[in-house]
Write a protein that binds this ligand. Structure first.
Ligand SMILES: Cc1cc2nc3c(=O)[nH]c(=O)nc-3n(C[C@H](O)[C@H](O)[C@H](O)COP(=O)(O)O)c2cc1C
Length: 386
């Protein structure tokens, strides 16, 4: 299995499965001297943890994290930061439930491509690496990025804006901050949240699931992050978010609205604020032009499909017998994945921005070295040494 690392310079590598012993994360590119504690990582993992409300999977994982490397007396040493989270809610009854249907393709889930790729060695227990548990490592890595971004004054917040067709109203960053995690769904339009939650519970009672939309806003990002061609920040963020299970689409800024309006309506017009800083009157571009940050809030939305595992009977195929069969899922699941995914989306956006920041800073340092070298060689030339 390839592709378990995200990022070019700030690199997060994850390992671990749904029903394995533990989930591991290694973060490369953390400078020395940064204060980091288990509690800082735990705060983010606690947002993603299952079993917190009726909307989530009843799986009761504690998700207790321990930083095991890259630290000395509470500060990073510049070595890779390693973290471990043990899976603790693993019971024979659940493993048996998966064993009973291990030859069956779960509609909407990753089993069929896994059968094709890994054959008889495919991890049938809770979907292995295709399980939402894989995202523990992303959140742990994102929590490290969060501490580094805070030093640069960058904040990233995600919230649910739509659930099963019920839409919240557009909110400012200040409103999102004020209403963040005020309900089980983390919908910051508090009035609509009640309607959304009542609807999700109704869907769950029918043994069914539903999806929604999550918005992530990055505030305080300086202009100039992202590289113009293959490492556009737009692409890194988009790739990171599309790599989360159950995400079916990513929209940057007003995204698909662009197809419906004229250029004169779409273009964000620049102006000079009272401090002579370049600002934009609107933010349809979602803070990204040419794939590079323009100093406005980076705004992205991701569409999250209904949870594949249902209690409604669906047709399937027994891959061992090569026969069509009926499948009625009995395993634990989230009725909606939205309240589980927003912390993962925040993590991916943080890692992508941190990576772009390291690239920008690295290049800046090279330019400085270059200038210094040029200045040194000039002096040396003047002294006749070159
Ligand atoms: C945090 C999180 C929790 C998830 N919980 C479940 C779940 O309880 N049941 C389920 O069937 N899928 C769940 N998923 C979705 C599957 O992982 C995902 O649909 C599957 O890997 C197939 O990938 P795809 O939807 O991107 O095609 C979850 C995903 C995430 C990110």
């Amino acid at each position: 299995m390839l592709g378990n690392t995200f990022g070019r310079l700030f690199r997060v590598t994850t390992s671990g499965e749904s029903y394995g012993d533990a989930l591991l994360t290694i973060v490369d590119g953390v400078p020395a001297g940064v204060e980091l504690t288990d509690a800082m990582i735990q705060e983010e993992l606690d947002k993603r943890r299952p079993g917190q409300s009726k909307l989530d999977s009843p799986r009761m994982e504690t998700d207790q994290v321990k930083i095991v490397s890259g630290m000395l007396e509470g500060r990073t040493t510049g070595a890779p930061v390693g973290m471990i989270v043990y899976n603790v809610d693993r019971h024979d009854i659940h493993v048996q439930q998966y064993r009973d249907v291990k030859e069956l393709i779960r509609p909407g889930h990753a089993e069929y491509p896994f059968f094709v790729k890994y054959g008889e060695f495919s991890d049938w227990c809770g979907a292995g690496r295709a399980s939402g548990r894989e995202t523990v490592g992303r959140v742990a890595g994102g929590a490290v990025a969060k501490q580094l971004l805070a030093r640069e004054g960058i904040e990233v917040m995600g919230h649910v804006t739509e659930s099963h067709g019920i839409k919240g109203r557009p909110l400012t960053f200040e409103e999102i901050k004020a209403n963040y995690r005020k309900n089980d769904l983390n919908c910051c339009d508090l009035e609509k949240a009640d309607e959304m939650i009542a609807d999700i519970l109704k869907v769950g009672e029918a043994g069914d699931t539903c999806g929604g939309v999550i918005e992530v806003v990055a505030h305080g990002v300086p202009a100039g992050l992202g590289e113009p061609v293959f490492d556009k920040l737009k692409g890194t963020i988009g790739g990171g978010l599309m790599g989360i299970g159950a995400v079916t689409g990513v929209e940057i800024g007003a995204g698909f609205h662009a197809a419906r309006v004229r250029g004169s309506e779409w273009n964000d017009q620049p102006y000079l604020d009272e401090k002579q800083k370049v600002r934009f009157r609107t933010n349809y571009a979602g803070g990204l032009l040419g794939g590079i940050s323009n100093g406005e809030d980076i705004v992205v939305r991701l569409c999250c499909k209904p949870t594949p595992t249902l209690s409604v009977p669906q047709s399937s195929i027994d891959m061992d017998a090569m026969k069509e069969k009926q499948l009625e899922a009995i395993t634990r699941r989230d009725v909606t994945i939205c309240p589980r995914i927003y912390p993962v989306a925040e993590a991916m956006v943080r890692i992508a921005i941190m990576d772009a920041l390291l690239m920008a800073k690295g290049l800046e340092q090279l330019t400085l070295i270059d200038e210094k070298y040029k200045a040194l060689s000039k002096t040396a030339r003047e002294r006749g040494e070159l």
